[in-house]
Design a protein around this ligand. Structure first.
Ligand code: SF4
Length: 321
């Protein structure tokens, strides 16, 4: 079996809650609470859950943009969490991220050309002349005219800015790209254009994606496998087609039931979840989903469900499956 490009084991990220004049730690926000997964070269893993389920914190912890509390991250055979600062900086060339809000992530004082040159300079890639050529070819590759290099971010639409964000990630020839809700801020028509672009770029540059989204329908076609998170923990992981045709976890079923069906004659019963996502500072006992689960039983309030493989490559954490 080939070794996974990215392997994450028991990743934990707790944020301390501090109070009082002495800023004593009085508790923790358990944003990510023991997540494990592997992504193979060229594969796309979709990561889905409501806002506040820990998916973005997980993505940033993998890249050490925020420091994880515990766990192990192995990228291309290297233990990422043991790297010192210069080693980590070098590693980041191969592990890039595209953020949800392209406007906030672009420096408004930099032209698009400067924005794309910056990562190449930081990683000392190419000669100065080659860098400008690379800027122009990257812009064209993401569907923007090369003369846009002289313009500033405020001159672009949301979809164009996201194309710049993608070009910036690709400027350093990464192996892995974490896409953190890359289309959530875009109109539906622009979303599909950007998704198609991401798929084309993946084929062309042999990229591996971790695609984070709050909407299952967005990850359906682009993902090989999908992981559903709830309150910082894994609820279900399966191959994309299997997850969509045979969801097993009640939370996955509820998320799927919210996707509109294109055929007006086809019926799908909508499962409305009661209540809000509980606070990750005070997660429920037992199964974290029991406060909203429509089929919860007594055991769910007391015992954390084990993470089990119920079918080939289909894992779920639920007492009733
Ligand atoms: Fe629902 Fe219980 Fe399964 Fe949790 S373990 S998802 S509460 S049935």
């Amino acid at each position: 079996m080939t070794e996974a490009l990215l392997q994450v084991e028991e990743l934990v990220k707790y944020f301390p809650i501090r109070r009082g004049v002495l800023q004593r730690t009085v508790g923790h926000v358990k944003a990510v609470d023991g997540i494990s997964f592997a992504v193979n070269q060229g594969e796309t893993l979709g990561v889905v859950g409501e806002s506040g389920c820990g998916k973005s914190t997980m993505g940033r912890s993998v890249l050490r943009l925020i420091e994880p509390t515990k766990g192990k991250v192995t990228f291309n055979g290297k233990n990422v969490l043991s790297l010192n600062k210069p080693e980590m900086r070098a590693m980041r060339r191969e592990m890039q991220i595209v953020f949800q809000d392209p406007y906030a992530s672009l420096n408004p004082r930099y032209t698009i050309g400067q924005t794309l040159l910056e990562p190449m300079k930081i990683h000392n890639l190419h000669s100065p002349g080659e860098r400008m050529q690379k800027v122009h070819s990257l812009l064209e590759r993401v569907g923007l005219a090369s003369e846009y290099a002289r313009r500033f971010p405020h001159e672009f639409s949301g979809g164009q800015r996201q194309r710049v964000g993608i070009a910036r990630a690709l400027a350093v020839n990464p192996k892995l790209v974490i896409l953190d809700e890359p289309v959530a801020a875009l109109d539906v028509s622009v979303q599909s254009q950007v998704l198609n672009l991401l798929e084309d770029l993946q084929d062309e540059f042999h990229l591996t994606y971790v695609f984070i989204a709050h909407d299952l329908s967005v990850v359906r076609h682009i993902s090989d496998r999908v992981m559903v998170l709830y309150l910082g923990r894994m609820a279900e992981v399966a191959d994309s087609e299997e997850l969509f045709t045979n969801p097993l976890h009640p939370y996955t079923k509820a998320l799927l039931s919210a996707i509109p069906v294109p055929d007006p004659d086809a019926k799908r019963e909508r499962i409305i979840l009661q209540g809000d996502l509980p606070s990750p500072a005070n997660p429920p006992s037992g199964c974290p989903f029991h406060t909203r689960c429509p089929v919860a039983v007594d055991k769910c309030r007391q015992e954390v469900p084990a993470w089990r493989e119920v079918k080939s490559s289909h894992h779920v954490a639920c007492h009733l499956v």
